[in-house]
Write a protein that binds this ligand. Structure first.
Ligand code: HAM
Length: 425
């Protein structure tokens, strides 16, 4: 779990703002659901045999409720959609969210136990135009962030009939290999053989190499849907590769499945910046009416490593230096009180202001201000205070101006409006 410090926060905000703006252009509105949900919600929707549910959830009991700190946003969004009875009010619902998710995974670069996702969920449209629009949205967001070198991997898992036939084909294929599979996958073979295909175990991956491929089995409407998604993607000029090995680690998916992976990143196995797909049965499974749905989520830490760093756009502060030699008097002419009052006046005028209260030599205070990027330093010493003035130093021009105390704010406003902010400017 990471701390995000003020030096990094502006880049986080840029990322979140770009995501929100783009999602809203595509018709999405923000939803904020609780970080805690009933454990059962995730177990049922993400699947008992998924790695997340089996090994990674932060779950606990409190006041008789079995609760889990959310490992993802889709199940909670679908629960809210059903709970607020939106299926009967809106033909199609588009929601987005940004927030922390929690999974007890083995930490690595780009893989954390608390991480942030930005995601979109669309309820009430069966596609395939919607599927293509969703993937187009992901790529538009990435472009807005300056991330271009990515590949869209696309697959279909089919639905109903296709899934039954695929399951049977997998059992037939893996049964003779049972003894070579990991313990987990031997269990999966009985419960949910599809999960063997996304196992992280070496032996399982070896055994999966010759496994039947769903795209060979995909028939009827499932095939037509997949062809439709591809046709719409081409029409929108969204590049993609068909990837029959893509299964993803969650049970709720039906039909369209996609991931966006960074090319040439140093994220290694964590190069997947976005994952998504259709989950046409979740709403019904939660007690709502039959409602098709599709969505995706992007990992913000991973996106941040790929975003070009923007040069700082934060305005540097005006720095106030009260010269604190001798006894503090706390009187109206006390430098520290005068500096505090001027700083307050500047902030009222929406000028960022910081009082350097460290004391010591003026030379050192000026060096600190320069390091902060400041151009203007307001020096209030006992001598100046008695004369009713402050000395304003222009670090760029190495000049100094004596300004009456009552005019300091207006003087700085005018000076800032006239010239560059930065000391080096
Ligand atoms: P997911 O593939 O589990 O899908 O996660 C989506 C993205 O979240 C990943 O591609 C990755 O960028 C990021 N991510 C996942 N786990 C971690 C981690 N431990 N550390 C850092 N980043 C991580 C879902 O969560 C689905 N809810 C997506 C979805 C929405 N499907 C339909 N609608």
């Amino acid at each position: 779990m990471n701390d995000i410090l003020p030096a990094e926060a502006p880049q986080w905000r840029r990322l979140e703002q770009a995501f929100r703006a783009r999602a809203e252009l595509y018709g999405y509105g923000e939803v904020r659901t609780p970080i805690l949900e009933a454990s059962e919600l995730f177990a049922k929707q993400m699947g008992e045999t998924s790695d997340v549910v089996e090994k990674e959830m932060y779950s606990f009991d409190r006041h008789g409720d079995a609760l889990t700190v959310r490992p993802e946003g889709t199940a909670g969004a679908a629960r809210a959609y059903v709970e607020h009875n939106l299926a009967n009010q809106e033909p199609c619902t588009r929601w987005y969210y940004v927030g922390p998710m929690f999974r007890g995974e083995r930490p690595a670069k780009g893989r954390y136990r608390q991480f942030y996702q930005a995601g979109c969920e669309l309820f009430g449209d069966a596609g395939p135009a919607t599927d293509a629009e969703t993937i187009d949205l992901v790529l538009a967001i990435l472009r807005d962030l300056g991330i271009h070198d990515v590949t869209v991997h696309l697959n279909s898992l089919g639905d109903g009939d296709t899934r039954e036939r695929f399951r049977a084909a997998l059992v037939e294929y893996f049964e003779p290999l049972r003894a070579t599979l990991s313990e987990d996958s031997q269990r999966r073979l009985d419960k949910n053989p599809l999960r063997i295909l996304d196992s992280k175990d070496r032996a399982d991956q070896e055994a999966s190499k010759g496994a039947p491929r769903i795209l060979d089995i995909l028939g009827g409407e499932d095939r037509a849907h997949f062809e439709g998604v591809k046709a719409h993607l081409r029409a929108l000029e969204v590049p993609f590769v068909e990837d029959p090995t893509l299964v993803r680690g969650l049970d709720y998916y039906t039909r369209t499945l996609f991931e966006v992976r960074a090319n040439n990143s140093d994220l290694g196995a964590q190069s997947t910046v976005c994952g998504g797909g259709r989950y046409d049965h979740m709403v019904e499974g939660l007690g709502g009416p039959k409602t098709p749905a599709i969505g995706f989520a992007m990992g913000l830490e991973r996106l941040l490593t790929l975003m070009p760093t923007a040069t700082g756009t934060e305005a540097p502060p005006v720095v106030l230096v009260p010269l604190l030699d001798g006894e503090a008097t706390a009187g109206a002419a006390d430098p520290s009180i005068l500096a505090a009052r001027i700083a307050k006046g500047l902030r009222e005028a929406t000028v960022r202001a910081e009082v350097d209260t460290r004391g010591g030599k003026l030379k050192n205070a000026l060096a600190r201000a320069e390091k902060r990027g400041a151009r203007w330093v307001v020096i209030v010493g006992r001598n100046e205070a008695e004369r009713g003035i402050a000395a304003i130093k222009d670090l760029a021009k190495r000049a100094q101006h004596d300004v009456p105390l009552g005019e300091v704010v207006a003087w700085l406003q005018a000076a800032r409006a006239a010239g560059d902010e930065r000391g080096t400017g």
